[in-house]
Design a protein. Structure first.
Length: 259
């Protein structure tokens, strides 16, 4: 158990470094994000099992000066390693050298934005000419959404370790809701992925069809995705199928998407 736990911990740490440094797109056949999240969850599970199998009772002598110095040394070493990694990334011009406060590195070229959706969603290829989005029962074509011409410049910060600031064009969601009222807004993707937003934020949510002056690529949510300025990327639902309003509270959902 101890050997396996050590290996999963090292896998979590190494894949995390690779993820934030932008050092590799793949680790064997998996992305750094997939390895990092999977290893982290496995490490937590194994740690709980190990703790239950070998419980160690608290002892007053454990709280002494020597152990306090050891803990301080571990924290100081971790800080030095972190600063060293930052210096190396910056010195070699790595794309992970200049990161946002979230730890994400910047992508400026829209063509280089990864086609990702959390962990394992597959990219659906929807026909922009026939695809429609249902908003509280009324169906809207892609051309209709694009024709509203609402423009917002917003930063998509993905949990996958990258961010991009682009100009998005589509329709402000409040335009489509009209007189409908409720407590929260549920946005559903054709993949089954969904997120719930507070109803009073409808004026700051957008159903977009274009990015950087061009139609959204399939891999980036085309033909229609949500743009939610100020929220992390997993809120920006791709391949939107429907938007509904109900009276459930906006927090009535998993804190993080489960698929």
């Amino acid at each position: 158990m101890s050997v396996v736990l050590t290996l999963t911990t090292l896998s979590t740490l190494v894949s995390g470094v690779v993820l934030v440094s932008g050092g590799a797109e793949k680790l064997l056949v998996f992305t750094p994000m997939q390895v990092h999240v999977s290893s982290g969850l496995l490490t937590v599970a194994l740690t709980l099992i190990h703790t239950l199998q070998r419980p160690t009772p608290h002892r007053r002598p454990d709280l002494n000066r020597r152990n306090a110095l050891r803990a301080t040394g571990v924290l100081a070493t971790a800080g030095i390693v972190w600063l060293g990694l930052e210096w190396i990334l910056d010195a070699f011009g790595s794309r992970g050298g200049a990161r946002r406060f979230t730890g994400s590195h910047e992508i400026t070229d829209p063509k280089q934005i990864p086609a990702t959706q959390w962990l394992d969603d597959r990219v659906p290829h929807l026909d922009p000419k026939s695809h429609e989005v249902s908003v509280v029962g009324r169906r809207h074509s892609v051309d209709e959404l694009a024709g509203q011409g609402d423009v917002v410049r917003a930063t998509l910060d993905c949990t996958g370790g990258w961010y991009t600031t682009q100009e998005w064009v589509g329709t402000r969601l409040s335009r489509l809701l009209g007189d409908v009222v409720g407590t929260s807004i549920v946005v559903l993707s054709v993949t089954g992925y969904w997120r719930r937003f507070p109803f009073d934020q409808a004026d700051s949510l957008y159903l977009v069809t274009h990015m950087a002056g061009k139609p959204l690529p399939h891999g980036n949510g085309g033909p229609v995705r949500i743009v939610a300025p100020g929220r992390r990327g997993y809120w920006w639902v791709k391949w939107v199928q429907s938007v509904e309003v109900d009276d459930s509270p906006s927090w009535w959902q998993p804190p993080l998407p489960m698929a």
